[in-house]
Design a protein around this ligand. Structure first.
Ligand SMILES: [Zn+2]
Ligand SMILES: [Zn+2]
Length: 243
């Protein structure tokens, strides 16, 4: 199982960067989790657009879905060039039906997930937890049967994240603010909350992502490290978990 950072900025991408997007690969199957601004360009450093098997979305904020239109055009153009191009499934929740319906385009098919049910996509089994965010948003616990990663998506801290993240091999935690700040209004976490979550859940390693555009982001790692004794990485393009 391989997990690679495609985009890691919160809100908007800095120069040559991308917002939230992560590529999961297992046995030749490629699943993209979120598709933020700049993701499509960066994804193609790793795989062809036509080699993407599925996309799943945590929520419909722009920094997680901005490149879906481009992905739909890419799928369409490639279908003209290669007859065997499959229709790309895009999994999303149905709490915002207007947006959900836009996931279906000529060569993409919007497919609903029920956050109360277990979802199987290719080799991956996914369970969901609704987060605390201004719009419906779902954290994901994703396993291949041997290894488990947890992606918090966008959320402020709440205790149920601990059980949901329990003993994960990798916790990908959104870290939009520094220690001492309050992210609960816009629905985001601080570095110390990420560290405390990782420690309480007993995860094997922690990635801090959905990074802020102010301050020194290396400071986030120092702050989270006061509360978590395991390995911490600040997300950057191509950061990879390999198990
Ligand atoms: Zn959001
Ligand atoms: Zn976001």
């Amino acid at each position: 199982m391989k997990v690679k950072v495609i985009g890691f900025w919160g809100a908007y991408p800095e120069a040559e960067g991308a917002t939230s997007s992560y590529l999961l690969e297992e046995d030749g199957y490629s699943l993209l989790v979120d598709c933020g601004s700049g993701a499509l360009s960066r994804l193609q450093k790793d795989i062809e657009v036509t080699d993407l098997d599925a996309l799943i979305l945590s929520h419909y904020h722009h920094d997680h879905v901005a490149d879906i239109g481009s992905l739909q055009y890419a799928s369409l153009v490639q279908s003209y060039l290669r007859e065997d191009t499959p229709v790309l499934p895009i999994y999303g929740h149905q709490a915002n039906l207007d947006y959900f319906y836009t996931l279906t385009h000529k060569r993409t098919q919007g497919l609903p997930y029920d956050p109360d049910e277990v979802l199987n996509i290719g080799p991956f089994t996914i369970t969901f937890l609704q987060t605390q965010h201004p719009v419906p948003c779902y954290a994901m616990r994703i396993t291949n049967g041997h290894y488990t990663i947890v992606y918090t998506a966008d959320t402020s801290y709440f205790d149920a994240l601990i059980d949901f993240s329990k003993h994960a091999d990798l916790l990908i935690a959104e870290c939009s603010f520094y220690e001492g700040m309050d992210g609960s209004g816009p629905g985001h976490m601080t570095s110390d909350e990420c560290g405390k979550l990782a420690q309480a859940a007993g995860v094997k390693q922690l990635w801090l992502t959905h990074l802020p555009h102010f301050g020194n982001i290396e400071q986030l790692k120092i702050e989270a490290g006061k509360y978590y004794s395991g390995r911490i990485d600040i997300a950057q393009e191509a950061l990879t978990f390999h198990a």
